[in-house]
Design a protein. Structure first.
Length: 295
C-alpha cells in the first residue's frame, strides 16, 4: 500500500460550496482527514440547502461537514478586469447596488403578497458578504490548529468567484494568526488571470503534482446529481493532474521573469449581462401594487 504523502498529514479541505471540494481537489479528496464546506443555503434557491445536506449525509467518505453559512449572492459583483481586494474578500461594484434595488423591489412586493417572501434576500449583497466573512473567520478559527495542512481555493477564486476568494482571504488571515500551512489549487480561467498574475513570484516556488482520481470524482458527482445540487457543467472533463503549492503573498517585486506553477486553465461561459429594463419594470410594478393597496 502506497504511503500517504506527508503534506496530507493532519489535513483538511475547506471548500466554499458543496462540490467545490470535488472540482478543485479531487486528487486528494479521498485522502485528507477532513472536508469542511462553508456555504449551504441560498435565498434564491430555497431547496438548495436541504439538497446539499442530503448529499453530504450520503457522501462516499466520512468526516465531511458544513459550516452552514448562507450564500451572500455576491457572484458576478466584482470587477475582474481590475479586482480590488478588501478585508472581506474583493470589492463589490455597482452590480451589488443594482441587486439591492431589485431586493428592495421584491421586498415591497412580498409585503403585499405579490411576491414570495422566501425568494427575497434578508440583507443586501454587501452586508451579507461582510457578515459572512466574520462568520467564516470565527467558525474556522475555532477548528484550525498550528501544524495543519489546509487546502482551499486559490486567491483568485479559480474562475473568479467572489465567495471562493472570500474563503481564501479568511484563511489567509488565520494562517498568520494560527500558523497552519495553507495550500492552494491550480485552476484558473482568463477572467481570473489579472488577479492571479499578482501572485507570480520572482523565485519559482515548490509545488506538488498528483493524478486526479476520476473514478472517485464520478462517484461523488453522482451523489450531487441524485440530490439535485450538482452546480457544474454536465460535460465537464476532469484534468489528468492537479498541482498544489503553499499559498504565496501577492505583490511580488517587479522582475523580467516571474513564476507561479502549472495552471489547469479552462473557460466557462460568461453569464449574460443583466438589463436595467426588467428592474425598472419590477420597481414600477412594486410602486403600482403599493399604491393600489393604499388606495
Amino acid at each position: 500500500m502506497a504511503r500517504r504523502h506527508e503534506f496530507l498529514e493532519n489535513s483538511v479541505i475547506i471548500g466554499a460550496h458543496a462540490d467545490d471540494e470535488l472540482l478543485w481537489f479531487n486528487s486528494i479528496l479521498k485522502d485528507v482527514d477532513e472536508v469542511i464546506i462553508v456555504y449551504r443555503d441560498f435565498w434564491a434557491q430555497p431547496e438548495l440547502g436541504r439538497a446539499r445536506s442530503a448529499a453530504i449525509a450520503e457522501y462516499p467518505r466520512g468526516n465531511v461537514t458544513c459550516l452552514g453559512v448562507p450564500e451572500s449572492g455576491a457572484i458576478g459583483c466584482a470587477d475582474w478586469s481590475d479586482p480590488q481586494l478588501t478585508e472581506f474578500g474583493v470589492e463589490l461594484t455597482l452590480e451589488a447596488n443594482r441587486r439591492e434595488v431589485t431586493r428592495l423591489a421584491r421586498k415591497s412586493l412580498s409585503a403585499i403578497r405579490a411576491f414570495d417572501a422566501e425568494r427575497v434576500a434578508a440583507a443586501s449583497v454587501r452586508r451579507a458578504y461582510e457578515e459572512n466573512y466574520r462568520a467564516i473567520h470565527a467558525a474556522l478559527e475555532a477548528r484550525l490548529q498550528p501544524g495543519m495542512n489546509v487546502f482551499t481555493h486559490n486567491p483568485w477564486g479559480e474562475y473568479g468567484h467572489e465567495e471562493h476568494l472570500q474563503v481564501f482571504r479568511a484563511l489567509e488571515q488565520l494562517r498568520d494568526r494560527i500558523g497552519f500551512k495553507l495550500w492552494m489549487s491550480n485552476y484558473c480561467t482568463e477572467r481570473a488571470l489579472p488577479l492571479a498574475m499578482r501572485y507570480f513570484s520572482v523565485t519559482p516556488g515548490g509545488y506538488i503534482c498528483l493524478p486526479t482520481d476520476k473514478a472517485f470524482a464520478d462517484q461523488v458527482t453522482e451523489v450531487y446529481r441524485k440530490h439535485g445540487c450538482w452546480t457544474w457543467s454536465d460535460d465537464w472533463a476532469w484534468f489528468d493532474e492537479e498541482c498544489f503549492m503553499e499559498a504565496p503573498r501577492r505583490h511580488a517585486p517587479a522582475a523580467p521573469h516571474r513564476h507561479l506553477f502549472p495552471l489547469n486553465l479552462f473557460t466557462i461561459d460568461a453569464a449574460p449581462p443583466r438589463k436595467w429594463l426588467p428592474i425598472a419594470l419590477t420597481m414600477s410594478a412594486a410602486s403600482a401594487a403599493i399604491a393600489a393597496t393604499i388606495d
